[in-house]
Design a protein around this ligand. Structure first.
Ligand code: C2E
Ligand code: CA
Ligand code: CA
Ligand code: CA
Length: 277
């Protein structure tokens, strides 16, 4: 390890745990991936629970690694977050998603686009400017973009995150509280957020048919969200049984393998066009 200005930089130092070494390898590859076009956005539709129409497409990042194959965002997003690479990765996602939305619009498809914003991105001082620039470059109305932010990040409730929330609201993009139900939000705080949407975490959806407790939680969440003027999206819907329970509870939108897996931009365009006829 070498010391610089009191800070300790321990790159590949003896005794470094294997996990960190592995992560630094992936980080190096991830930097190259951005330059070498190995990243791609997949999109998964959100479906109106009553009409069955596609309302939006959520962008989900995919990494085609030259030797490891497809690497899951569950692996590489935390690495980017930990080692200060999320800003670059996130900016790539913002630009790519807005460009894609423009292509769809020009093909006559009316579909909102949703992106995920990480904790680091919510703390990034210029995040709102970056989003605004991307919207302008693709001549996209701000209300056609949804930013999904996990409940755990929302609950951090620091000044930086509050400011970003407020400025995103002022910009006019829609805000969605992701993975809801896992973070024990205080109700009074929820009420202050400029959000339009709440996504029920997949864990509750999975247990919906077998567990009366899960049904009680989801039912209460939907009532609460509606009382606050929020639309409710259920994620991870895999069975018709789950769909039936959610529709009966008044859930607004559904997303999950039952309807479509995340797919390439081209594939979802064909899928959504086909759906219209
Ligand atoms: P998320 O935002 O909660 O996204 C939903 C995840 O559930 C996605 O996994 C999706 O493919 C998966 N999924 C959707 N429907 C079903 C279903 O019916 N059953 C099951 N078992 N899974 C389903 P994915 O694409 O691997 O992404 C995982 C997580 O990585 C995301 O969770 C999100 O937190 C993060 N992520 C992905 N792309 C981005 C990105 O561009 N930026 C940021 N900040 N995070 C991202
Ligand atoms: Ca999400
Ligand atoms: Ca989610
Ligand atoms: Ca989730």
């Amino acid at each position: 390890a070498k010391r610089l200005g009191g800070a300790c930089y321990c790159f590949y130092a003896a005794g470094m745990d294997g996990d960190t070494r592995e992560q630094l390898d992936l980080l190096r590859d991830l930097r190259h991936a951005v330059e070498r076009n190995q990243l791609e956005l997949y999109f998964q539709p959100k479906i109106d629970a009553r009409s069955g129409e596609v309302t939006a497409a959520e962008a989900l990042l995919r990494w085609h690694h030259p030797t490891r194959g497809m690497v899951s965002p569950v692996i590489f997003i935390p690495i980017a977050e930990r080692f200060g690479f999320m800003r670059e990765l996130g900016n790539w996602v913002i630009d790519a998603a807005c460009r894609q939305a423009q292509v769809w619009r020009e093909s006559g498809l009316r579909m909102r686009v949703a992106i995920n914003l990480s904790a680091q991105q919510m703390r990034q001082a210029d995040i709102v400017d970056r989003i605004q620039k991307a919207l302008e470059a693709s001549r996209m109305h701000p209300t056609l973009l949804t930013c999904e932010i996990t409940e755990s990040v929302v609950m951090e409730n620091t000044q930086a995150i509050q400011d970003t929330f407020r400025r995103l609201g002022e910009l006019g993009v829609h805000l969605s509280i992701d993975d809801f139900g896992t973070g024990y939000s205080s109700l009074s705080y929820l009420r202050q957020l400029p959000a339009q949407e709440l996504k029920v975490d997949r864990a509750f959806v999975t247990d919906l048919v077998a567990s009366a407790d899960a049904r009680a939680v989801v039912d209460a969440v939907i009532r609460l969200a509606h009382a606050l003027g929020l639309r409710v999206v259920a994620e991870g819907v895999e069975t018709q049984g789950q769909q039936q329970v959610l529709v009966a509870m008044g859930c607004d939108e559904l997303q999950g393998y039952l309807f479509a897996r995340p797919m390439s931009a081209q594939a979802i365009l064909l899928w959504a066009m086909d759906d219209k006829n």
